[in-house]
Every structure is written in structure tokens, then in C-alpha cells.
Design a protein around this ligand. Structure first.
Ligand code: ATP
Ligand code: MG
Length: 360
């Protein structure tokens, strides 16, 4: 097995940084590339280098073309297919993987017909570019909400799912087609943005086989290699896929503290065809996303906390870091959460209470 000289990442956000971090002990030279700032630079790509991406979409530029046209751009065709909700939902339907009923919003789509098909509340989602709940528009029958003109042909309409809770599965597929998975993660979203995750949870274990079957179908169907995440709604005893991400994922960040191979290392091992086996869970973990909050060194005084600060400018609603709290001791977890309740702003009270309630 020869490692590539460089493993390039399309994008240089926090996911690229955490891939670099994971590459270091493996001796893999991970090089995230800023593809958002216009540049005439040429990358010194070599024939044996490997290319991955930390995002589903990117602007076309000399740099991004250089990377995406390299013969070792792993999963190349998958990104575009999953970046567009129309082709992503079509794929789920083709593979008979349960997902919320949906249709394309085109020139002829009529709100009355949408409400007849899906009920009182219908969620419009932009086909591309949405993240953290941006790019969503609710249609409410009682309020006679209308379809924005510039959303036609650019959005899908989905039935509102009255889910019990949100979970996700992060898995990997190797070059020889083996699939391995972390245990399901329980996620709390607020205003469309992930606030906190907990994993593993024994009460979710009965859903694990169904989730693995769904994500296996997707990864095999796409002949995917590397880590993929599947966000789901739990409705009673079954799951429905909300969306897929062909990359490492925020809801897998707990694995940095909780598992002997974290999701970033798992992705790198799969891409480089290194030996890879079932990640062992060392600790149950809670992940708290740091959203629009200033860095606070008091977090480091929590004995079970690991801080990942992304060194980004702090803006309202922006992910600027996360805290992984290991749960080897419930009293310690309760104590850490009580401190965070005092230190964190108002919007954290509900997510922190949600964590406490899960461990009550
Ligand atoms: P991400 O940042 O994960 O890419 P996103 O903004 O692209 O998110 P979704 O994950 O599709 O979009 O939706 C964000 C959140 O909105 C979901 O986690 C869920 O809480 C809610 N949501 C999405 N689809 C539905 C639906 N059909 N019914 C009810 N709630 C939904
Ligand atoms: Mg999502």
C-alpha cells in the first residue's frame, strides 16, 4: 500500500481542517483548498494524488476544475447527484428507500394541489445550496402562503413529517464494497440548524439494522467510497431519510471523542485503501455545536469536554466550533451541562435541557 503524496480536499472549512488533523498520525498529507476565493494559482497535483470534497457544491474555477477533473477525484459524479435535491430524492425513490413524499415545483405546480396531496403544511426546499435550514419555505394552507416566483423549477415540495425525533447514521464503504457503520446518533435541530447530538443510545439500537440497510442501499447504488451521512426522521418504529451528505458530517463529530477511529480517519482510510475495521465505541458522547457564540475558555474547565474551535469570525447563526462531552460518568455530565446552562446564551437552554432529559 503506497500512500498518495497528497490528499486534496475541495474546500477549506472546518471539515477540511478536521480531515487534516486526522491525517497527521496516519502520515497522510491532507491539503484543503480554498475554492471560494478567485485565484490563478495552479496546484502541484501529481498523478497518484487523491481528491475528496468537504462540501457537495462548489463554484467552477480553474482550481476547482483542476481538482474535480483529476482521475482520482473519488466519488466525482456523486456530488452533483446528491447536491440537487431533485436527483437525490429521485435516487431514494429508485432505490425504494423511505423518504418524505415529494415532487418538483415547476411552472404548473399549484398550491391547492400540493395541499390536497400533502396536507395543511408543505415544505418547499431549494434544490441546491440549502444548509442549516436556509433555503426552506413553508406553505400553510390556512394562511394561503404562495410559491415564490423564483422558486419554480428551483425547488421541491415535501410533505411535512410529524416526526418523533431526528437521528442520523454515519457509515463508510470501502473500495471492495464493505460497509461499516457507527451507532445511530440522536440529533436536535433548532431553526433548521443542528444544536446537539447524543450517541450511542441503547434505546435507538432497534432501529440500527433498518438504518444500515437504507444507507447500504444508497452507498452500493452509488458505488460510493468513503464516509457518508444519512439524516433521518424517526416516525414510530421506522425511519425516513431526510437527506444524504456525501462526506463527513456534523452529526458524526462525537466520534472524535467517542470512537477509536473517528469519522475523519475512517474517511481517509477508505479513500487511501488502508486497512479498515469496525470502529469501537470507547465512550458515549454528547456533542454541543457552538453557534454564533464567542470562544469561552471556561469550557476547558469542564473535565469531560474536548473543544474544537474553528477559528472563524463569529456571526449570528454561524457554526464556529463544537464541544464533545464524554459520558463515562453521569454525574460529571450533569455537572458540565449545568455549567453550560449558566455560560451559554438563551438559545442553548432548550438544547441543554434536552440533553439532561435524555439522561434523566
Ligand atoms: P443541513 O444543514 O443538514 O444540510 P438543510 O438546511 O439542508 O440542512 P434539511 O436537513 O433538509 O435542510 O432540513 C433542516 C431541518 O428542517 C431538518 O433537520 C428538520 O428539522 C426540518 N425538516 C426538513 N424537512 C422536513 C419535513 N419534510 N418535515 C418536517 N420537518 C422537516
Ligand atoms: Mg439537514
Amino acid at each position: 500500500m503506497t500512500l498518495p503524496k497528497n490528499l486534496w480536499v475541495l474546500g477549506d472549512g472546518q471539515l477540511g481542517a478536521m480531515l487534516s488533523h486526522a491525517g497527521q498520525p496516519l502520515g497522510i498529507n491532507v491539503r484543503p483548498v480554498d475554492i471560494m476565493t478567485p485565484s490563478d494559482a495552479q496546484l502541484p497535483l501529481e498523478a497518484d494524488d487523491i481528491i475528496t470534497a468537504e462540501r457537495e457544491q462548489w463554484p467552477e474555477s480553474q482550481l476547482s476544475l483542476q481538482l474535480s477533473q483529476h482521475p482520482h477525484f473519488i466519488n466525482g459524479p456523486v456530488f452533483g447527484r446528491l447536491a440537487d435535491r431533485f436527483s437525490q430524492k429521485s435516487l431514494l425513490d429508485e432505490l425504494a428507500v423511505a423518504t418524505s413524499p415529494w415532487q418538483l415545483v415547476d411552472d404548473n405546480t399549484n398550491t391547492e394541489v400540493l395541499h390536497q396531496a400533502y396536507g395543511e403544511r408543505v415544505l418547499l426546499k431549494r434544490r441546491t445550496g440549502g444548509y442549516d435550514g436556509k433555503g426552506q419555505h413553508w406553505l400553510k394552507h390556512a394562511e394561503a402562503t404562495t410559491i415564490p416566483a423564483d422558486w419554480r423549477n428551483e425547488a421541491i415540495a415535501e410533505q411535512a413529517i410529524n416526526f418523533d425525533e431526528e437521528v442520523s447514521l454515519v457509515g463508510v464503504r470501502t473500495q471492495d464494497g464493505r460497509c461499516l457503520f457507527y451507532p445511530l446518533t440522536l440529533n436536535l435541530h433548532q431553526d433548521g440548524i443542528l444544536m446537539a447530538s447524543i450517541a450511542p443510545l441503547s434505546r435507538l439500537a432497534p432501529l440500527q439494522a433498518e438504518a444500515e440497510d437504507m444507507l447500504s442501499k444508497v452507498m452500493h447504488g452509488l458505488e460510493y467510497v468513503g464516509v457518508m451521512a444519512m439524516e433521518c426522521f424517526r416516525v414510530g418504529e421506522h425511519l425516513m431519510v431526510n437527506e444524504l451528505a456525501p462526506r463527513v458530517h456534523n452529526s458524526g463529530h462525537w466520534t472524535q471523542a467517542g470512537c477509536h477511529i473517528n469519522q475523519f480517519e475512517l474517511h481517509l482510510r477508505a479513500l487511501c485503501n488502508l486497512p479498515l475495521h469496525q470502529p469501537q465505541v470507547n465512550f458515549q458522547c454528547v456533542m454541543v455545536n457552538l453557534i454564533g457564540v464567542d470562544k469561552d475558555d471556561r469550557w476547558l474547565s469542564l473535565p469531560n469536554a474536548e473543544l474544537f474551535w474553528y477559528n472563524k469570525d463569529v456571526r449570528v447563526g454561524r457554526k464556529v466550533g463544537h464541544l464533545n462531552l464524554s459520558v463515562h460518568n453521569k454525574a460529571m455530565l450533569d455537572d458540565s451541562i449545568s455549567h453550560l446552562k449558566v455560560w451559554m446564551p438563551q438559545q442553548y437552554q432548550a438544547p441543554l435541557d434536552w440533553i439532561l432529559a435524555e439522561f434523566a
